[in-house]
Design a protein around this ligand. Sequence first.
Ligand SMILES: N[C@@H](CCC(=O)N[C@@H](CS)C(=O)NCC(=O)O)C(=O)O
Length: 231
Amino acid sequence: MGIILYDLCGADRSIRFSPYCWRTRLALAHKGLDFDTAPVTFSEIKAIGGGGVTTTVPVVDYDGRLIRDSWDIAMFLEKERPGAPLFGGEAGVGLTEFVVQWGTTLTRALSPMLVKDIHDRIAPEDRAYFRESREKRAGGASLETLRARREAELPAFRERLRPLRGTLAWRPFIGGKAPVFADYAIFGVFQWARVVSPFPILADDDPVKAWFERCLDLFDGMGRKMPAAAG
Ligand SMILES: N[C@@H](CCC(=O)N[C@@H](CS)C(=O)NCC(=O)O)C(=O)O
């Protein structure tokens, strides 16, 4: 018995890059829980729990109970372990869900800029599936074309971060003096980018970058221990 986080991995199984798995990893740490991670490639996801459980990660095995979806896992943890709140009360749940949904829109906006780099880092047997599904999602553009466009797309992406910049002008974390699940949900987006690609998504003088660096240091440097992608 214990807690296991099924965590998406690259060809190098120590490389963990899923934005949604990072949300969950920090949520588990926030609750002070001891857990192990089990690496899974894209093609291994469907075998979790003996099969038929999920097509996506994260999945958490919590003492034999399998919970999937990073939001459902966070809600489960909050109920199961009410100490060290992730949301800050009932109003906080709705506000957090708003931030989480915004994080997902950021992930979708960043994805075209990163998919070629992800492709090059995942297990060779996953690459054909990954290319086909991501090119289809991008309306047929090749991964190479998507990567070639990213310099031009970066300014508009950075502009999207204005609400976060405004929030962080007044507090070190979205949660105030200390981080909450809303921080972890957005942290996951930038950690994903950091682990899969050397492309600099955040400008060095951006307050979002300073916040991201603070998040990398949380829980004894849990995020920072995962190496950034080399150029
Ligand atoms: N809503 C889900 C989304 C999870 C998700 O999309 N995970 C990706 C990894 S980042 C995945 O498992 N993708 C499988 C695939 O594309 O085949 C959550 O929050 O957990």
